[in-house]
Design a protein around this ligand. Structure first.
Ligand code: IMP
Ligand code: MG
Length: 182
C-alpha cells in the first residue's frame, strides 16, 4: 500500500506528537465542563481514537454518519445525513471532530444543524487537517492539527474512493492510483 504513495506529508510520529499537544489543549479548555465529542464517520475514526486517549477528561463520545458528495477528489457541496436522529447533546459542550476542512461545506452543515436543533451549551470544531484555500463560506476550526496546501491526501482516516484510511501516515497518491486527482 505504501508503494501507491507519491510523497509523505506527515509520518506517524509527527502526527502523534501533534496530537499530544492538541490533547493537552483540549484537556485544559474543557476542564470542569460537560464535553461531548461528536465524531464524523468515517474519516475521523483513527484521528479521534488517538486524540481522545490524550484528553484527560470524563467526556462522552458519539458519532454522526454523513456523506459529502465528491466528483473524483473534489467536493461538490452536497451533504447527506445518513441517520434520522441527531445526537442528544442538549446543554453539552460539543466538540465536532472531522478529518479535514476542505471547502468547509460539510462542517458548516453539521454545525448548523447541531446548533439549531440540539440546544448545545457550545460548539467548536476540531480537524486534523485544514487546506489553505479561499473558501466561499465563513468557517474555521478551533483546533487544527496541520495546515496543508490544496492537494488531495490519503491515510490516517482519509480515503480515496474508500481506500487507504488505514495507512498510519498522511501522503499523496501516485497519479496512476488517483485518476481524478486535483
Ligand atoms: P468539505 O465539505 O469540502 O470541507 O469536504 C470535507 C470532506 O471531503 C472531508 O470530510 C473528506 O471526507 C473529504 N476530503 C476533502 N479533501 C480531502 C482530501 O484531500 N483527501 C481525502 N478526503 C478529502
Ligand atoms: Mg472522505
Amino acid at each position: 500500500m505504501h508503494s501507491h504513495l507519491d510523497s509523505v506529508l506527515f509520518h506517524e510520529t509527527t502526527i502523534l506528537s501533534r496530537l499530544d499537544a492538541m490533547g493537552r489543549e483540549i484537556t485544559r479548555d474543557y476542564q470542569g465542563k460537560n464535553l461531548t465529542v461528536v465524531l464524523i464517520l468515517h474519516g475521523s475514526l483513527f484521528f479521534v481514537a488517538d486524540l481522545l486517549r490524550r484528553v484527560n477528561l470524563p467526556l462522552r463520545v458519539t458519532s454522526l454518519d454523513v456523506t459529502s458528495y465528491h466528483g473524483g477528489t473534489q467536493s461538490c457541496g452536497t451533504v447527506t445525513f445518513n441517520q434520522l436522529a441527531l445526537p442528544n447533546v442538549q446543554g453539552q459542550h460539543v466538540l465536532i471532530v472531522d478529518d479535514i476542512l476542505d471547502t468547509g461545506r460539510t462542517l458548516a452543515a453539521i454545525r448548523g444543524r447541531i446548533e439549531n436543533e440540539c440546544a448545545p451549551a457550545s460548539v467548536r470544531l476540531c480537524v486534523l487537517l485544514k487546506k489553505r484555500l479561499a473558501r466561499d463560506i465563513a468557517i474555521d476550526a478551533h483546533y487544527i492539527g496541520f495546515d496543508i496546501g490544496d492537494e488531495f491526501v490519503v491515510g490516517y482516516g482519509l480515503d480515496y474512493d474508500g481506500h487507504y484510511r488505514n495507512l498510519p501516515l498522511i501522503g499523496t497518491l501516485k497519479p496512476e492510483y488517483s485518476r481524478h486527482a486535483l
